[in-house]
Each structure stands twice: as C-alpha cells, then as structure tokens.
Design a protein around this ligand. Structure first.
Ligand code: ATP
Length: 827
C-alpha cells in the first residue's frame, strides 16, 4: 500500500469503505474515510486492502484487476451490479448476483445463439458461457461434466439452474420433445418441492442434481434427476409468513371441480397444515412449571381421542388413504406393543398415546405420505426423459449453500455438513489441483496455503465417533434423548479444534444455550451454534409401528405401493413392538458420498449465486452481507491463488487444434509446441502474461481470452498475423543458424584453449616431478661445489708454506681430485 493512496477498510454496512491511512500501529491502522474527512477509526491490518486507482472501474474477469483481494472483488461486483451486469468471472468461477427483476434480453434466444461454441471469456460473463464451456469440455475431453450452483436461499440457484438446462437443450438438443420435457419438469418439481419462505417466495426445499445425458454425437438423449433432503417439517408446521408446499394452494385454487370434490378441497384456511403453525411451548422440565396451565395446549393424561369436530376430516383422510376409518382412528391414538417379558410373551397390547404423542404420530404420517409422494413424483419425472444409453452427461447441482441463523437445527446441520463436503471438493479442484499442476509443469509458482477441512468432515461423518453415528446410536436406545446425545458428542470430542460448547459463542443468544442443549462447530465459513432439541426425532424417518402396518395394507394401490417401496415395510410386522428407526442423517451421508464420487469423476464448473439484499428488491446492494456470502462460498480463498497464479491453461495440442484451421499448411506442419511458441512470439504477448509448462501454456487471468480474440479476429488481421508468424519463424530460424555457427566457433576456441592449457599443465607437473626427483643431488652438488671453491683458498695457503709444501700440495691435489670425482659422480 503506497503512501497517500486510498485503501479499502472495513465498513459495518457496506463491507468496505475507501479511506487513507493516517497512522500505523502494531497490528492496526488508523484510517480516515474519504467520505468523512477529519474522522478516523482503527482497523485491523489484515482487513485493510489496497484499492484500484479508479474505484468505479469494473472488469468482466475479476482476475484482470491489478489488486486481487476481497475488497476489490466486492467493489467490482458492486459496480457491475449497478450497471445491470450481474455476472462476473473470477477466472473460471462465475459469480451471479440476483437482480430481482427481469433484465431485458439477458436470457433471450438471440443471447443463447451468441454464446454457442464461444470460449470462456470471449463474451461478457454469463451463465450461458459456463454452460457452453461444460458442453465443449465434455465434447473435447470426452468426459462428463458437472456445474455446481451454490448460494444462500434466494440467491438465484434455481433460476440459474433452469437457464443452464434451457441453454443446453436449446443449443444441443435434437429439437424433439425430450428437450422440452427436461425443462418442463421444473414447474412440476417446484410445485411439490418449493414453498414461500421469508427469504424466498419460491424457495426450493430440497436439493437436486439434474443430469442431461448426451449420445456419442453429443446430442441430448435424456435426463435424470436425483433429489436430496426434502424439508419435511414444513408439511405440518410453517413459520410466520411462510407457507406449505405450493401444490396445496394450487390445488385449492385451481383444481377442476371433480378433483376438488374427490379430494374434499376448499379454502386453505380450512386445513390445519395450511392455516397455522405450532401452538406448543418449547419449554424444559423446569421452565414448564412456570407456565400457567391455562396458557398451554390441553394435555389428557393417560390417552387421547379424536374430537367430534374432526370426525369428518378423519373420514376424508381414511377415504383418500384407502384405510378403514376406525383403524385409522385407533392407530392415530394408540401404539401397538409386543410384550417381551412376563405373562404371555408376544401378546399385542395397545398403549394409549398422549395428546402430544398422537399429534406427533399424525404429523409423522402426513410427512411420510408427502415425502414418499415426492419421491414418486421425481421417479415419474425421470420416466419422462428415459434414455437407452448415454456417452456422457452434464449434471447441474442446485443445493442450498452454507446457512447460519440465530437458531440452527438438524436441517442446518445437514446442509452445512453437505457444504463442508462441497467446499472440500472445491478446494480439491481449484486450489490443490492448481498447485499440483503448477509443480508438475515446473512453473516455479509459489505454493498457496489453504485450510483443509477434512477434520471437520470427520467430526460429522467418522465411523462410531462422528456426530451422525453418535446420533444414530442415541436413536437406537430404548429412551433416546437430545441431552444425552449432546453430552456424548461433547465427551467424545473434548479437545476437538472444530467443536465447542455454546457458552463459548461470540453471540450472547447462544451463550444461554446449556452445554447439553447444543454445540458449536467451527465450519470453513464460520462458527455455527446448533441447538440439538429434536435432533433425535428429526433423525428418524420411521413411522410408529401401528401406523406403518396400517398404511402398508391400504386398500388404495397407489398408497400401498408408496409404502411398499420404503426400506422398512417388509419387516414391519416382524418388528412390531420393537423400536423402529430409519436414520435420516446416515441416508444423507450415503447419498452425499455417492454424489461426491460422481462429481469427482467429472470435470467441474462453479457458479456462486449472491443475494444482494434481504428485502428481495432490485437495485439494492447490501455490501456487508454480500461480503459474508463471498467469504462463505470460498471465493476469498480462491483470490489468493489467482493473484499469483495462471488460472487459464491449454495443452499445446489443444491450442494447435483450436487454431490450426486459421493458419496456412506451412505453419501447421510445425510440432504443437513450436506452433504455439511461434504464435505467442509473433503476437508479441508480454512474457509475464503466460508461461510455457511441460505440456501446456498457462495464462495470467484474462490473457487467454485476449489471445483467443486476436486469433479469431477478421481475415485481414489474420493475414497480418500469419505474416508476422512467418517473419518470426524466419527470424527465429536465422537466429538459430547464427547461434549454431557461433556455437561451433565457440567450441573450436574452447578446444584450442583446452589443448594449450593441457600442455601447460603437463609441463608444470613434469617439472615438479623432476625437481622432486633431483632435489637431493642438486643440494649435494651445491654443497660440494662450495667445498671446491674453498680449495682455491687452500692452494693459496699451501703456496705460501715454507716447509712441507710439496707434501701438502700433493694432499690438496688428492682432495681436489676426490671432490671432482664426487661432482662427476653426483652429476
Ligand atoms: N437471473 C434472475 N433474473 C431475474 N430474477 C431472478 C434471477 N435469479 C433469481 N431471480 C429472482 O429471485 C427469486 C429467487 O431465486 P431462486 O429461487 O433461484 O433462489 P434459490 O437460490 O434457488 O433459493 P432457494 O435456496 O430458497 O431455493 C426468483 O424467484 C426470481 O424472482
């Protein structure tokens, strides 16, 4: 961050605000907002980010910004949203902001045509661009593809999913009615699976994975829908301002007279499941005492009965379910038990239900009927677009994103567990694989760290000690309780980094939850406090035995079949009297693991949907909550990687195949690597914008599109380009020849130099060896010669002698002769 330049600093409502740094502390900065000169505030250093020079500038691919951080991402999305540009790329990931109104021509048939066959990034960001990329990848790589659409409720997942399906069937269908059927299945699924909530007037209350299947020729042949976790609690109870599933209101409003009479339909106000929510207090044993009796729903000790005023409803239900009215009455108010000890073992006894138990039994029956009906609707929908064989498919996953509310229950627990798994998949695909690829290709790009969430997934799904298995264990106890389950979770994971007790929450509302009433999980997107009341009940999909037996013997074939297909119907009678349990959590875990296995076997694209405001209105951008959605969807961690990375890449042969038709034969004879190099050099692309790996070219964000655009420009431009490529080739070949000649000369000089150096070395060594060998003799010779010199002095002395001169000179001569002989010998 440069001196005096504006920075993005946190803002409670807008997410970020522009300001300048006026002082720097140890771990915080003093910021002066641009809009409130003179006022300052402190911001943690790691939440202040450099801003672009022009805050009103926007780019189609966020990766083309100079500064890649969460603040510039939010600002780019904001500026684009203000111009009705709701789609933005972050490399290959698409961000889609819900406009809450129909943007003219955004999804028109002309727009569909425009995107057909166009590379990602060559046209403005659009959900169609992602759909087309998936299709082209499927075709080129001969591999199934998946598009993962995520976001919170009301963010636009379902709408974008529908746009993808419409695009693929329109562009690559066979024009037969199968295409239309795939698209038309949606209204039916939405009628049974969508409802009005406070967050979305048409909220999907189930997750789905829609596969469009293609044949060898890459044309649509059929489809298949898998569904996940239909919200069953809504069938019996809705929050204030919320509704039951659309189908009920539609039937009430628009069923033809014969159906209206057959189903005994009238205004929604006359149906308990449609006209009101729950009236029971959710009190604990202790607090229950404080509530006056006349404020509570009536409780009939020792049993209950169906009121006279409800007898007609009972009659209608029995009629529609194909049951005997009396049998239904008994099954709704009593429970069948087999005695296991004492007296006549195995005797069937009927235990009366308390009012609350009977209400629960009735609700359980309603939920079971509806959820099995929903399964049936999906099965029937799937029969509408059958296919004999398929080469590949494109699957679109529309599933709720990470959720956290003031009160979070089993539903949020499951959906967040699912998002934790999807985030891991996202990490695997985007971050891990990216780094591994850079390393494999020898790009020398720095490693980017990310937090692996496997420990969190294990906390939920590990065998025996995972929360789901602990919950199943609880469900199998004779007297299961939410508190005992919660205690077990805490005891088994005392020091787990991801798990803690509610009183450690940052939010006061959670600190009031007792240790045995909830737990906090630190998810990848933030900590969530789950209140475990009703976890045990919500985890059990089984009806109580008398009801299960009853419906499995319905006179109505349809009802009978709905229940025959369920897992526990066959041994219902054998198990009567025992505790029945079908685990919701573990069924979801199995489904999820199958889904992820499928996703892992496909190529993938990601669409992150964003809800711009809570009021569900157009042209209102609530920065802070959008920022939190960007963080929750893992987009912020992706930025770190993109900043220093090369998000677009293409194998040499793929580039070669893509562009060879644009080049003359002379150039296409080149091998793919040289072909690519020639293109890049000829275009004069900045060498920082791409890197040549071992098998492919890597592009900086947005640069592949630039390259593609140049390649696909008009013929004149292309002819110019071919000229440039030719010129570059001649230039590079001439350079190569020069380089070769120069290398030969260099080599010759090197050889000569080496030969000279060898001789020098030989000489020196020989000399050294010689000296070493003759040194003692030379030393001896020097010494003897020294003696020889002294002989002259002797001769002088002897010549001056008066006596014995002759004798002495003879001795001196002998000595001289001896010395000379010695010298000769040494030599
Ligand atoms: N691209 C769009 N153009 C216009 N309106 C849109 C668009 N996307 C979403 N909407 C509006 O927002 C509403 C909510 O979108 P949608 O049902 O797709 O949300 P969702 O993410 O699937 O929510 P949920 O998880 O509750 O099902 C839609 O009914 C529609 O009115």
């Amino acid at each position: 961050m440069e001196d005096g330049k504006p920075v993005w600093a946190p803002h409670p409502a807008d997410g970020f605000q522009l300001g300048t740094i006026v002082d720097i502390g140890a771990d915080s900065l003093t910021i002066e907002p641009l809009k409130q000169k003179g006022k300052t505030f402190l911001a943690p250093i790691n939440q202040v980010f450099p801003a672009e020079d022009d805050p009103n500038k926007h780019v189609e691919d966020n990766c083309s910004l100079m500064y890649l951080n969460e603040a510039t991402l939010l600002n780019n999305v904001r500026v684009r949203y203000s111009k009705d540009k709701i789609y933005t790329f972050v490399a290959n990931i698409l961000i889609a902001v819900n406009p809450y109104y129909d943007i003219p021509k955004l999804y028109s048939p002309e727009t569909i045509k425009q995107y057909r066959g166009r590379s990602l990034g060559t046209l403005p960001p659009h959900v169609y661009a992602i759909a087309d990329k998936a299709y082209r990848d499927m075709k080129v790589l001969k591999m199934s593809q998946s598009i993962i659409v995520s976001g919170e409720s009301g963010a636009g997942k379902t709408e974008n999913t529908k746009f993808v399906l419409r695009y693929l069937t329109t562009s690559y269908g066979t024009g037969q009615d199968i295409d239309e059927r795939i698209v038309e299945a949606n209204p039916l699924l939405e009628a049974f699976g969508n409802a009005k909530t406070v967050r979305n007037n048409n909220s999907s209350r189930f997750g789905k994975f829609v596969e469009i299947h293609f044949n060898e020729k890459n044309a649509v042949v059929g489809g298949f829908v898998s569904h996940y976790l239909l919200e069953k609690s809504r069938i019996c109870r809705q929050g204030p301002e919320e509704r039951n599933y659309h189908i009920f209101y539609r039937l009430c409003a628009g069923a033809p007279e014969d159906i209206r009479q057959k189903f005994h339909l009238s205004s929604p106000d006359t149906f308990r499941y449609l006209n009101r929510g729950c009236t029971r207090f959710f009190a604990t044993k202790d607090t229950d005492k404080n509530i006056m009796q006349n404020r509570k729903s009536p409780e009939v000790e020792g049993g209950c009965a169906i009121k006279n005023q409800s007898s007609q409803t009972l009659e209608h239900c029995a009629e529609l379910l194909g049951l005997d009215q009396e049998d239904l009455r008994v099954s709704l108010t009593t429970r069948v038990m087999l005695t296991t000890a004492g007296g006549a073992k195995g005797t069937v006894i009927k235990v009366p239900l308390k009012v609350e138990q009977a209400n629960n039994a009735r609700d359980a029956l309603a939920k079971a009927v509806y959820s099995r009906l929903f399964d049936h609707v999906v099965t029937r929908v799937n029969q509408c677009f059958p296919f004999d064989s398929s080469a590949n498919f494109i699957g679109v996953l529309d599933i709720a994103g990470f959720e956290y509310f003031e009160h979070n229950s089993f539903e949020q627990f499951c959906i967040n567990y699912c998002n934790e798994k999807l985030q891991q998949f996202f990490n695997e695909r985007i971050l891990k694989e990216e780094q591994e690829l850079y390393q494999r290709e020898g790009l020398g790009v720095n490693e980017v760290h990310y937090v692996d969430n496997q420990d969190c997934i294990d906390l939920v799904e590990a065998k025996l000690v995972g929360i789901l298995d602990i919950l199943d264990e609880e469900n199998r106890l004779p007297q299961p309780s939410d508190q005992h389950f919660t205690d077990t979770v805490h005891n088994k994971h005392k020091d787990h980094f991801r798990l803690t007790v509610p009183r450690k929450s940052k939010l006061a509302v959670h600190r009031n939850v007792r240790d045995d009433e909830g737990f906090i999980i630190r998810h990848f997107a933030g900590a969530v406090c789950y209140e475990t009341t009703k976890f045990v009940e919500k985890n059990n999909d089984a009806l109580h035995m008398s009801l299960a037996c009853l419906v499995s013997e319905s006179k109505d074939r349809f009802i009978r079949e709905l229940f025959e297909n369920s897992n526990n119907s066959k041994d219902v009678k054998q198990k009567a009297g025992k505790l029945s349990f079908i685990s919701v959590g573990n069924k979801f875990k199995t489904q999820l693991n199958i889904l992820l296995e499928k996703l892992r076997s496909t190529g993938s694209s990601f669409i992150r949907c964003i809800k711009p405001n809570l009021k569900m209105v157009s042209h209102q951008f609530e920065g802070a909550q959008i920022l939190s959605q960007l963080q929750c969807s893992g987009m912020v961690s992706v930025l770190d990687l993109m900043q220093g990375g090369f998000p677009s890449r293409a194998p040499f042969h793929e580039l070669y195949n893509m562009y060879q038709s644009y080049m003359p034969p002379k150039l296409t004879r080149l091998d793919p690597r040289l072909f690519c190099k020639a293109l890049f050099k000829a275009l004069g692309l900045n060498e920082n914008d791409y890197k040549f790996g071992l098998t492919r070219v890597f592009f900086r964000p947005g640069k592949f599109a630039e390259f593609d655009q140049i390649m696909k420009s008009d013929p004149d431009h292309l002819a110019e380009l071919v000229k440039k490529v030719n010129k570059w080739l001649i230039h590079s070949r001439w350079k190569k020849v020069q380089w070769c000649a120069l290398s030969v000369i260099k080599l010759k000089n090197k050889i000569l130099y080496r030969a000279g150096a060898c001789i020098k070395m030989q000489k020196t060594v020989r000399m050294w060896l010689c000296r070493k060998k003759h040194k003692p003799r030379i030393d001896g010779l020097v010494k003897v010669r020294h003696l020889q010199k002294r002989m002259d002095r002797f001769n002088e002395v002897v010549a001056g002698l008066k006596e014995g001169k002759k004798e002495m000179s003879k001795q001196v001569q002998e000595l001289e002769a001896a010395i000379n002989a010695l010298i000769a010998k040494i030599k």
